[in-house]
Design a binder for this molecule. Structure first.
Ligand code: FAD
Length: 403
């Protein structure tokens, strides 16, 4: 088989680093081109569910990540004012028993840092301040050329576009099309537990559901910090940038009158960033010739299943497995066939959660939450039936059977 020997990855986000690590562990020469001049991640948390943890374990990172993790005891949904529970789904040891891997909360910077170190150890070259502008055909039959803003070029066997929601690789492959603003914005921030005197935040992955908005809380770094993601529906996004410094007072007033666990947490927060939440409908294809997309570059999603990074990690595993077992273009076709239906399903599930979390439909919305409460108490298998295909999915086994 004509094996891939050299790969160029556009973007050192979680997807790009994971695929680079997997390929380097298989003996492939990998160079990552990252536009940022320093490797840093935003001050925010990330829920790493068992389906993604199985890949991180397979790549040898579980033990390294453990000291940075917080293990939530349950996933909950609560009423924004009264604090009444609509959902209690066990995590902690129950997640390990049920899904064969832990459900962890990690600081993005910790996961990013661990991935960077592992990549460097495996021999991956990371070029910083290297903005990718596109790709072009090579004179050689079995290669492709990656083009950079400074005019330099890199000839390689394969280009992986892991350059996020505004991917230039996707744009060249499929045409210029701005992502769709999903009518929602998210504030994110972290608060040291030492600043929380008046409240005790529950050790859960908690969604506080309210009309037109919701707020997620969970602990990070073994319980030293509380992370929050506060989402609000908005008519439009005026700013040029998709991320900007948020106004902490505006955030506090958006959630004024909510349960004290929410209001006191926001009172203790010093600063916040504001994100426009964007999406994209399913792409016609994920690859062209010797160029392939991965992660948010091909399937950005609302963060309402906390699965965007998890899907990028699953993509990375399947792409590595495909490339190691099949020649091109079969490897890329095989990757897309296995990954696309799953990514689209999770994109849709994430979107569907908007209505539930934001009590859409007035009384009907309230009834839906009450139905979740009844199911949570009396028919937990109905709740598990929804979560199992997401968290219980074993991409390692799926790839072994498919690739
Ligand atoms: C509020 C919020 C909460 C979230 N919570 C979770 C969660 O709990 N769990 C979860 O799994 N997911 C979560 N996500 C989703 C997750 O953050 C993303 O899906 C994930 O980071 C995508 O990874 P990626 O590597 O594909 O892209 P990115 O993280 O966007 O990385 C792309 C990289 O490419 C670089 N780049 C871009 N353009 C170029 C270029 N032209 N040249 C060179 N480099 C370039 C960028 O600088 C960046 O480093 C959340 C998202 C949001 C907005």
């Amino acid at each position: 088989m004509n094996k891939i020997k050299d790969v160029a990855v556009a973007g050192a986000g979680i997807g790009g680093l994971t695929v680079a690590l997997g390929l380097a562990q298989q003996g492939v020469d990998v160079t990552i081109f990252e536009q940022a001049s320093v490797l840093a991640e935003v001050g925010a948390g990330l829920q790493m569910s068992p389906n993604a943890m199985k890949v991180l374990r397979q790549f040898g990172l579980e033990d390294t990540l453990r000291p940075y993790a917080f293990e939530p005891q349950q996933a909950t949904i609560r009423h924004f004012k009264s604090g009444e529970y609509y959902l209690k789904a066990p995590l902690g040891q129950a997640a390990i028993d049920r899904y064969g891997a832990p459900y962890w909360h990690l600081h993005r910077a910790d996961l990013h840092h661990v991935l960077v170190e592992a990549c460097q150890k495996a021999g991956v070259t990371i070029q910083l301040g290297a903005t990718v502008t596109g790709y072009q055909k090579s004179d050689q039959q079995n290669s492709v050329v990656l083009c950079l803003q400074d005019g330099s070029q890199y000839e390689t066997d394969l280009v992986i576009g892991a350059d996020g929601i505004r991917s230039v690789i996707r744009e060249q492959m499929l045409g210029k099309q701005a992502p769709d603003f999903m009518g929602q914005v998210a504030w994110r921030g972290v608060v040291p537990v030492s600043k929380l005197n008046a409240i005790h935040v529950q050790p859960d992955a908690c969604v506080w559901a309210g009309p037109g908005r919701h707020l997620v809380t969970y602990y990070l770094r073994g319980g030293e910090w509380v992370n929050f993601v506060a989402v609000e529906e908005r008519g439009g996004w005026q700013s040029e940038s998709w991320r900007e410094e948020g106004d902490i007072n505006e955030l506090r007033s958006a959630f004024a009158g909510w349960h004290p666990e929410v209001t006191e947490l926001l009172l203790a927060a010093d600063s916040t960033f504001l994100w426009a939440l964007n999406g994209r409908s399913s792409l016609r294809t994920w690859f062209q010739g010797r160029v392939v997309l991965l992660g948010d570059a091909c399937h950005p999603m609302l963060p309402f299943m906390a699965q965007g990074a998890a899907m990028a990690i699953e993509d990375a595993y399947v792409l590595v497995a495909s490339l190691m077992s099949k020649p091109l273009p079969d490897a890329l076709a095989s990757y897309e066939i296995l990954r696309k239906p799953r990514a689209v399903r999770i994109q849709n599930m994430s979107k569907d959660n908007t209505g539930l979390y934001h009590m859409h439909g007035g009384l009907f919305g309230q009834m839906k939450l009450n139905a979740v409460k009844v199911a949570s108490q009396f028919v937990p298998s109905a709740i598990q039936g929804k979560l199992d295909p997401v968290y219980g999915y074993d991409v390692v086994k799926a790839a072994a059977a498919w690739c």
